[in-house]
Design a binder for this molecule. Structure first.
Ligand code: SAM
Length: 249
């Protein structure tokens, strides 16, 4: 049972203070292969999900947006196209290696001016209140120790009327589909992860942490509970992933 001194790392209960270093080890070790692994394990579908997600931010030219746990920058790149040369997107991530991979990719793709990189913790975002037109977290919130705290921080730094958004693996809505998905994620995924990244633990942690993540309705309630308005969610691919969007009052 979880108490306030322990937390989940996948399906293991560990002391709270061990979670951040363990998550850091995972992303430091897979950073160089992270993008390849995303394409392999989702057969490229994560790209479509990310496009759908960024559309929901309703960003305009000149806006300022935050990509929390932004890692290798997929969301930031899509946002940067929306906000244009006069706008700005910040990739905010706790892990230096992931940020470096992101910086390399953004520069390669020609985003030299309108993407910035800041290293920091989602639970304590180093920006003033009401800074961004949207704050988004994609496949990152599951790794954070105190999820609600991170969402409160995202809401704090978002301007009134701006959007707080989450794209995350979620819970399939059909039982049959759920069985097939379990078979894939607990048996095949760790094998692919081992071959591609050499880190089987990272891709064992992934399905375990997904199972521990709040179901769609619970996450919606959490976002409402921190004061967001008009919270909606969209299931993607039978609920394998879900997009949650709320508006800062
Ligand atoms: N957002 C990217 C995407 O959609 O592909 C990367 C997601 S990757 C699965 C998770 C990211 O969360 C990693 O880059 C990791 O360093 C970052 N992360 C984990 N814990 C964090 C925290 N407490 N604060 C900020 N970033 C964190």
């Amino acid at each position: 049972m979880e108490d306030k001194n322990t937390t989940y790392f996948g399906s293991k209960v560990i002391p709270v203070e061990e979670k951040k270093p363990r998550v850091a080890n995972i992303f430091s070790s897979v950073a160089g292969r992270y993008d390849l692994m995303n394409d392999l394990m989702s057969l490229g579908v994560h790209r479509l999900w990310k496009r759908f997600f960024v559309e929901k931010a309703r960003l305009k030219q000149g806006d300022i947006a935050l990509d929390v746990a932004g890692g290798t920058g997929d969301i930031a790149i899509l946002m940067a196209k929306k906000v244009g040369e006069n706008g700005m997107v910040v990739i905010y991530d706790i892990n230096g290696e992931m940020i470096e991979e992101g910086r390399r990719k953004c520069v390669d793709r020609g985003f030299l001016k309108n993407i910035q990189y800041v290293q920091g913790d989602a639970e304590d975002i180093g920006f003033p209140d009401n800074t961004f037109h949207a704050a988004a977290v994609s496949f990152g919130i599951r790794n954070v120790t105190y999820i609600e705290k991170a969402f409160k921080e995202m809401a704090r730094v978002t301007k009134p009327g701006g959007r707080v958004m989450c794209l995350e693996f979620s819970h399939p809505t059909s039982k049959l589909f759920s069985r097939v998905y379990d078979l894939y994620s607990f048996n095949i995924l760790p094998e692919i992860g081992d071959i591609v990244t050499g880190n089987r633990e990272a891709y064992t942690y992934l399905p375990e942490s997904i199972r521990k993540f709040p179901i769609q309705e619970e996450l919606k309630k959490m976002l409402e509970g921190i004061g967001l308005f008009n919270v909606k969610y969209y299931n993607l691919f039978n609920g394998i992933a879900a997009v949650h969007v709320g508006v800062k009052v």
